[in-house]
Ligand binder design. Structure first.
Ligand code: SAM
Length: 478
């Protein structure tokens, strides 16, 4: 529910942060103010405050857009001269703004049919792992092999003032609010006008399983046009196929969406962790109000399929490298879902804006499997017994990775190979300092890999993981 009292409270908090020079925190508060506001004077003042911050942080395009919003509201503020002044400066400065750094781009030529992955990736299958991803070429540390925007994704309720409710982009925190509900903000007019939010407006879910289930349904209906068409598409799906059998590079956007939908239908399924999960799908089925018995049956089957697929395949967006950071977004990918877990993974997953970027942590030989670490349970932080217990209980598999078979020791007990080694200090403030550090670390890892596992390489791989996240956050806000 919109409320000027709530909006004013957030506006004042924003002013406090702005006075302290804490611009991101101030923007987060002004965004909350805009979600709740009705009163045009407060709304105008919040846009003016955002314009000031965007000016101070060199986001000139965003500054001009917020000034325009103040103008659209008939300039109901007392800072008109100041805004006119900064707008003039923005217009002059605009052209000299740097292009976004192209750090996150594929390191190898792209796959022709799946343009967001490198052309050296394949999906293979064996008895131990089921289907998994492998490379047909040697990869060096730092090689970026996948940049995937998950097909289904939702935002945690704690992030609603920080990202687009539809596509999860941050858009430098320059978000627009839904005119009807006080929950959603959007990165663009396109997302604000999307059918997806029309379905969800006023009824956005707190519980992520329910929210993701509903999103999986609404998105499918949006693409197919009706329950009947969705049923026809489902009947066509072949569970033996993987994403590798689909063309996701067709110029026709709708065809791509349908193919991505079919590709996600081929993902593995497993019984949900708890019986309560079934109760969630039942409430969703009731809310969606199918009319005939046949429709009800189809809906139930479809949602159970989504729930089982979600159980085994969902990823978190953390937007942070902290060990204990809570999930801030939830997503299903059509390719990254094939990654197997390893307690000694050879790839990092980095959350870059609304995409997942997968990067080689160390050299990977042609023919090898690509792995990531599920749930941040790796050999450096958890003992073999802890990991065995965890993966058997939560994921129902007995991990057979190299760290488990050879019982690799935790970081503090690993052999040291280099007397000269001092863990590099990193200046997280500057993108170029982080990039240089990252590149140096990759070289060290590549040059000393024969002695793996050792303290130095593991320390640098950990540092690289943090650096990648920091660089991702930096660029998403740029
Ligand atoms: C997200 S899926 C990966 C794709 C899946 N292998 C498939 O065929 O669709 C996760 C499942 O892969 C298998 N898996 C992944 N990592 C494994 C590991 N280290 N050891 C054994 N099985 C693993 C388990 O069956 C697990 O439930």
């Amino acid at each position: 529910m919109k409320s000027d009292k709530v909006a004013k409270n957030f506006f004042e908090k924003g002013n406090e942060q702005l006075a302290l020079g804490k611009y991101s925190e101030a923007l987060a508060n002004y965004n909350n103010c805009l979600r709740f506001v009705v009163n045009k004077t407060i709304e105008s003042a919040a846009f003016a405050a955002r314009a000031e911050i965007f000016f101070k942080t060199g986001h000139y395009k965003q500054c001009i857009e917020n000034n325009q919003s103040v103008e659209d509201l008939n300039n109901l503020i007392d800072k008109i001269e100041y805004l006119k002044n900064i707008e003039e400066k923005c217009k002059n400065a605009n052209e000299s703004v740097d292009e976004r750094d192209e750090f996150f781009k594929l390191s190898l030529p792209k796959n022709e049919k799946i343009p967001f992955i490198a052309n050296c990736l394949e999906v293979r299958e064996n008895e131990m792992y089921g289907r998994f991803i492998a490379t047909t070429q040697d990869l060096t540390p730092g090689s970026i092999v996948i940049i995937e925007e998950p097909f289904y994704k939702i935002l945690s309720s704690t992030e609603r003032n920080l990202r687009c409710a539809v596509c999860l982009k941050q858009n430098a925190l320059n978000l627009i609010s839904c005119t009807k509900c006080s929950t959603a903000m959007f990165c663009s007019k396109k997302c604000a006008d999307s059918t997806i939010h029309k379905y969800e407006c006023g009824t956005m879910e707190e519980n992520f399983e329910k929210a993701l289930l509903r999103r999986m349904f609404y998105q499918a209906i949006d693409i197919c046009g009706s329950l009947q068409e969705l049923e026809k598409l489902m009947n066509h799906h072949d569970p033996k196929k993987t994403i590798m059998n689909f063309d996701l590079n067709d110029a026709d956007e709708l065809k791509n969406f349908k193919n991505r939908m079919l590709a996600t239908m081929t993902l593995a399924e497993r019984e949900p962790w708890s019986s309560e999960a079934y109760a969630k799908y039942e409430t969703v089925t009731r809310e969606l109000k199918a009319e005939t018995e046949h429709e009800k049956d189809f809906l139930r089957n479809y949602l159970v399929h989504c729930l089982k697929s979600m159980t085994v395949n969902f990823f978190h967006f953390f937007w942070s490298s902290e060990e204990k950071a809570p999930g801030k977004g939830f997503a299903i990918c059509s390719l990254a879902a094939y990654f197997a877990h390893s307690c000694d993974p050879n790839c990092d997953k980095v959350d870059f804006d609304n995409k997942f970027v997968f990067v080689a942590r160390k050299p990977i030989k042609k023919g090898e499997q690509l792995t990531i670490c599920y749930d941040r349970y790796n050999f450096l932080t958890h003992t073999l017994a802890e990991r065995k217990e965890y993966f058997n209980r939560v994921y129902t598999f007995d991990c057979g990775c190299v760290a488990c078979t050879h019982n690799y020791q935790k970081l503090c007990n690993l052999p040291k190979i280099d007397k000269e080694f001092v863990e590099p200090k990193v200046n997280h403030e500057s993108f170029s300092a982080m990039k240089t550090q990252y590149t140096n670390n990759c070289e060290y890892i590549r040059d000393h890999i024969e002695q793996y596992p050792c303290y130095e390489i593991c320390t640098l791989m950990n540092q690289n993981n943090h650096l990648l996240h920091s660089m991702g956050n930096f660029l998403a806000l740029a």
